[in-house]
Design a protein around this ligand. Structure first.
Ligand SMILES: [Cu+2]
Length: 280
């Protein structure tokens, strides 16, 4: 199979899964950078706890089994040990809780946004609106079969089950407020590399934000079981340069989204898959 969309080892697992990937997809927003950092921090704590418990268990098994310790001690209380095994777990929980709540609030509080995108979950596709622009709205339908083959002519990296006919297009280094809702049942809008997973609930507006710091293509999937087509309503985001975004937006307003996307793909396609590197 041809490696598509990865654009070399450095990009593997950013925006979409890579073969043999072990950890998270690479972070391209401040939220996901912190999520990844918090995860790595927790890993140290977990490893320490597991190691300590394992060592204690081994000591008990070796030193206090029936053969090596035929007459067990009758001790029932040891104040020092009891204080230690109460205070140390409390300290560990505090060390986890404080950064955890800080991160929650960092995700939760939307900073001053430069633009807004509204996502609506439907059975089984997403539709998008750019409320800052008049008449800029479209559906994003999974590309499959011939439509996918056709798309690969202008967007060679388009992966199966992740690419949609109309991607969301946003400029790089721009704070985007994301408003999420649903028209029928509960869905969930999620992009691993953005660190976003937010429920789309009928009759309710949920809010999230992202500020992608790297030009590229980032995929996600509906993450709340929503019926038969749940696996077939992916999320396809193109983070592009300011110039590309402005050109796309103008074209979308004058000629429609389909034409704007064709033009965008021709601008983005450097013959190297769709992970176009920043024009540095
Ligand atoms: Cu869904």
């Amino acid at each position: 199979m041809v490696m598509v969309g990865a654009g070399g080892a450095s990009a593997a697992g950013v925006g979409q899964p890579a073969e043999w990937q072990f950890g998270f997809q690479g972070a391209v927003t401040p939220v996901m950078e912190r999520v990844t950092g918090f995860h790595n921090f927790l890993l140290w704590i977990i490893t320490g706890v597991v190691a300590l418990v394992t060592v204690l268990l081994l000591i008990v098994m070796v030193r206090f089994n029936r053969r090596s310790n035929p007459t067990p001690s009758k001790t029932t209380h040891n104040t020092l040990v009891e204080v230690v095994w109460t205070v140390v777990p409390v300290l560990i929980l505090l060390a986890i809780a404080i950064p955890s709540f800080r991160l929650l609030y960092f995700e939760r509080v939307v900073p001053e946004a430069e633009m807004t995108v509204k996502a609506t979950g439907n059975q089984w596709y997403w539709s998008y609106e750019y409320p800052d622009q008049e008449d800029l709205s479209f559906d994003a339908i999974l590309l499959e079969g011939d439509a996918l083959q056709e798309r690969r002519k202008i967007d060679p990296g388009a992966p199966r089950l992740l690419a949609t006919d109309n991607p969301i297009v946003v400029p790089v280094d721009t704070t985007v407020r994301l408003i999420v809702t649903a028209s029928d049942v509960i869905h969930s809008w999620a992009i691993p590399s953005f660190g976003i997973k937010i429920d789309a609930i009928p009759g309710r507006l949920n809010e999230a934000w992202f500020r992608a710091n790297k030009i590229g293509t980032y995929y996600g999937q509906c993450s709340e079981l929503c019926g038969q087509g749940h696996a077939y309503m992916p999320i396809d985001v193109r983070v592009v340069s300011r110039e590309d975004f402005d050109a796309w937006q103008q074209q979308a307003e004058s000629e429609g989204v389909e034409e704007a996307n064709k033009m965008l793909f021709s601008r983005l396609n450097d013959g190297n898959g769709n992970q176009v590197a920043a024009a540095e």
